[in-house]
Design a protein around this ligand. Structure first.
Ligand SMILES: [Fe+2]
Length: 289
């Protein structure tokens, strides 16, 4: 009879240390694991496709190595097979496997475990969470709110020479009714913008990424920090960029962007009505008060 231990896949093993939390910190930083406390004092370290159990004990001990089986039927077959081979079966030492896992000890003292993973363990945080220093995000634009838009337009366009890229009008029929202005200082659609509002204040600043998948990774990163998306995801009409926004602890808005359009220096500005599409083609707008 062929051994029913085929197929079995290495699932985890236990590392004992006098200070398991300190060793776990190293593994979390160096290899990329997330540690959680298990009942009974052990630590479960999880990463994408990898997990380890850490416990208190002497260094370089021989706790156990655990192999995942494919089904309850295979586990029952393995138990019967080991009994028929006369191999003593030990109780399951792993808190990661169901209690019915079987364990055996080899001639050198190593314990191997064969079982099925528990279904009730907490799952890993969002898989795409990456250290934020590794996430692309070029500081790209700064935006203010103003109760003084005509003078701001005059200053930035006439005194400084910023190029207007888009305007939003309060009244589409009246080009003097400008409510928002976007300006460029190089070929990117805007490096600065001003929104008509009740006061002079900071509005938001933006980081330009390399594409949609970066937006996913940034959102997963924020999810892991429990920082919720405040607006978006969407696509701005003015600038045509993909975006979402979060708030910083002061309530100021931070934008993650991709695909901002480019415009040559001599291109004329475009004009948008106040229907929200200038700020979001996909969904809800953000009306400044
Ligand atoms: Fe923006």
């Amino acid at each position: 009879m062929d051994s029913p231990i085929w197929p079995a896949q290495l699932d985890h093993f236990r590392i004992d240390a006098p200070d398991p939390a300190a060793l776990a910190d190293f593994y979390c930083d160096a290899i990329g694991y997330e540690a959680i406390d298990l009942p009974g004092g052990a630590l479960l370290l999880q990463g994408a496709g990898r997990r380890l159990v850490f416990g208190k004990g002497e260094a370089h001990g021989r706790p156990y190595v655990a192999y995942r089986l494919a089904s309850q039927q295979q586990l029952a077959d393995v138990r019967r097979y080991l009994e028929s081979q006369g191999v003593p079966i030990l109780p399951n030492p792993s808190p990661v496997f169901s209690d019915d896992a079987v364990a055996v000890r080899d001639p050198d003292g190593w314990v191997t475990v064969y079982g099925i993973g528990r279904a009730d363990l907490p799952s890993l945080k969002a898989a795409n969470g990456r250290p934020p220093l590794s996430l692309p995000g070029r500081l790209q634009h700064f935006v203010v709110a103003t109760n003084n838009l005509p003078r701001m337009i005059d200053f930035y366009e006439s005194a400084l020479g910023f190029r207007p890229s888009d305007y939003v009008l309060m009244d589409s029929a009246d080009r003097s009714s400008k409510h928002v202005a976007f300006w460029r200082t190089d070929s990117e659609h805007h490096s600065f913008a001003a929104f008509g509002a009740s006061s002079v204040r900071h509005d938001h600043h933006a980081y330009e990424t390399t594409g949609w998948m970066d937006i996913r990774d940034w959102a997963d990163h924020f999810a892991n920090l429990e920082v919720r998306i405040w607006w978006g995801p969407g696509r701005h009409g003015a600038g045509n960029n993909l975006f979402f926004m979060v708030e910083d602890p002061l309530g100021d808005k931070i934008e993650i962007s991709a695909e901002i359009e480019t415009m040559p220096r001599d291109m004329a500005p475009r004009w948008w009505p106040m229907d929200g599409r200038a700020v979001n083609l996909w969904g809800a707008g953000w009306a400044r008060d």
